[in-house]
Design a protein around this ligand. Sequence first.
Ligand code: GDP
Ligand code: MG
Length: 256
Amino acid sequence: MDAWVCQAEAWAGRVEHRICQQTPEQIYLAVAVIAVTVLVLVAASRPKSSKPNTIVLCGLSGSGKTVLFYQLRNGSSHQETVTLMEHNNDTFVLHSELERQGKIKPIHVIDVPGHARLKPKLDEVLPQAAGVVFVVDAQDFLSSVQAAAEYLYDILTKATVLKKRVPVLIFCNKADKVTAHSKEFIKKQLEKEVNKLQESRNAISSADITDEVQLGVPGEAFNLSQCPSKVIVAEGAGLTGNVSAVEQFIREYVKP
Ligand SMILES: Nc1nc2c(ncn2[C@@H]2O[C@H](COP(=O)(O)OP(=O)(O)O)[C@@H](O)[C@H]2O)c(=O)[nH]1
Ligand SMILES: [Mg+2]
């Protein structure tokens, strides 16, 4: 044991002697090298922050989600075996980016069927969402405006969407049809319907006090820009490949 202590003391003495021989610059440099090495090692050993790369496609049945899904993935609207209840869920590089050089981050896209029976699926997928694409049938819009507004309201008031301010793109689909409504019209109508929904829900909930979420500013007509989440309205057509608004939205929130 004594031999060990002697040995250690001799070593310490030698190290001290060596350090004394160095210039202050050399000592600073050595300390800096050690500090940088430690920092690099700590940074490398930390788990990588996993930013969400999931985009949720939702909207009423028939709005064009599945066609949009194939357009984003395959660059064509051609669908593989489709059954009504099946949902498409895949991770891929956008078709429009296949030609691009370098490493491109793939995107996880989930097509949530609009069928009411499958709505619980939304609660399952929304917590992982980097963005939501809410598809609206711009041609057949007026016959389904109430249902569409209810669905949109549901999404905008989900706790996870509010908390994480998940951005939402309202994609007015089927713009290839001459009779399709404009995105400005659709936005106004949806706001009007959401306003009505909010008023009727407030009337009910003020009777028995609940902690119902309030979208927008009390006493003011509802406007999508009042939502905590960023809500964008754009138009296009999945069927004809006019989906650049969706691709831009995806790339804004899932960086390549
Ligand atoms: N004209 C036109 N029809 C579309 C477009 N997108 C989808 N459709 C049609 O709308 C119907 C429903 O599409 P689908 O993708 O199955 O809707 P989903 O129920 O939301 O998945 C199909 O007949 C599609 O061919 C579009 O951009 N333009
Ligand atoms: Mg579908």
